[in-house]
Design a protein around this ligand. Structure first.
Ligand code: AMP
Ligand code: MN
Ligand code: MN
Length: 321
């Protein structure tokens, strides 16, 4: 009953680490940071993600080792920053992985505890913060490589130590990582102060669609917009986080139509308003202030459904306080 991540790692030799589809800075940073640490223990590690590492994270040591086609057999899987098995995407579809024990390390409040061992801590700002704790418990000394990857995760998930869950523990973790050589200013500059021109062009197009409906601000992104702007990724280029800065809004939503007919819905909310339960009810997940899901359907239909659900959630939360 008392199996810990450490005991499973101790017994394993060939470990497959997987982070979530469309990886963000926490997913990539946790994957690489833990991979480097486990190699120090003499483990064979394969780092996998169903989608490519976004170019802004190519500066992280080892980012080129991430594969979407893991080869060979494994005696342990460690999932990072994933709230459910579907978030692993196609890398987990292989028959060879059936029955392999899973350590599920995550900080999403919506985690469905799909692992053999589940270590889920919604009070952690990031999975990277948890990985640091694990690395320390495993007795692996920190070096600049490990520290840089993990600080990248903490910095991105706290949006530069600005989210309301930025605890003393997160600040202390960051200090530990800086002491080990992680370049805080370089990381911050890399992930927040530089972006492709295509992102800015996409914002220009999407911002034309902005509407305010009661406490909800929303905007749309279509495949045609992405094409015109030369935007080759699937995400929203940070648009939802920008929209929630509107004084008039408590909730921001971006409806991001994909070429495959799915609409990816990204949501943000002000502190005190929780959007994670709505995300979970649509089959997704996330955190109280940042959550999302994918759904099949046309943009107008999805928009109507989601806005109705969010209005309802907002009313319930405001009447109970
Ligand atoms: P995003 O708006 O894509 O930055 O996502 C915000 C938060 O919601 C992140 O913590 C994601 O992990 C979570 N999230 C987004 N999409 C999904 C999904 N389809 N399923 C589960 N969680 C999601
Ligand atoms: Mn993530
Ligand atoms: Mn995270």
């Amino acid at each position: 009953m008392d199996t810990t991540p450490e005991t499973l790692i101790d017994e394993a030799q060939r470990i497959l680490l997987i982070c979530h589809v469309n990886p963000d800075g926490d997913a990539v940073g946790s994957l690489l940071g833990l991979g480097w640490a486990l190699r120090k223990l003499g483990k064979q590690c394969t780092l996998a993600c169903s989608d490519p590492v976004p170019p802004i994270y190519h500066y992280l040591p080892g980012s080129e080792m991430v594969t979407n086609q893991p080869q060979g057999t494994f005696d342990l899987i460690i999932t990072l920053d994933c709230s459910d098995l579907r978030r692993l995407g196609e890398v987990y579809d292989s028959q060879d992985l059936v029955g392999v024990p899973i350590i599920n390390i995550d900080h999403h409040v919506t985690n469905v505890e799909f692992g053999t061992v589940n270590w889920v801590d919604p009070t952690a700002t990031s999975t990277a913060e948890m990985v640091l704790e694990l690395v320390q418990r495993l007795g692996v000394p920190l070096n600049q490589t490990i520290a840089t990857c993990l600080l990248n995760g903490i910095v991105t998930d706290t949006r530069g130590f600005r989210t309301p869950n930025t605890t003393r523990r997160a600040m202390e973790a960051a200090i530990t990582l800086v002491d080990a050589g992680a370049p805080l200013a370089k990381i911050t500059n890399q992930v927040f102060n530089r972006r492709p021109l295509a992102d800015i062009r996409l914002w220009a197009e999407a911002l034309r669609t902005v509407r305010l409906e009661g406490p909800i601000i929303w905007a749309e992104i279509t495949p045609a917009m992405r094409r015109e702007c030369g935007f080759t990724e699937e995400g929203d280029a940070g648009l939802a986080s920008f929209l929630i800065t509107a004084n008039e809004a408590d909730i921001a939503v971006v409806f991001n139509q994909q070429a495959n007919g799915r609409v990816e819905v990204g949501m943000r909310s002000v502190p005190g308003v929780d959007v994670s339960a709505v995300a979970l009810s649509f089959g997704g997940g996330g955190h109280p202030q940042a959550a999302g899901f994918g759904i099949n359907g046309s943009l107008p239909t999805v928009r109507e459904q989601v806005i109705a659900a969010l209005k309802q959630a907002w009313l319930e939360q405001n009447s109970s306080s």
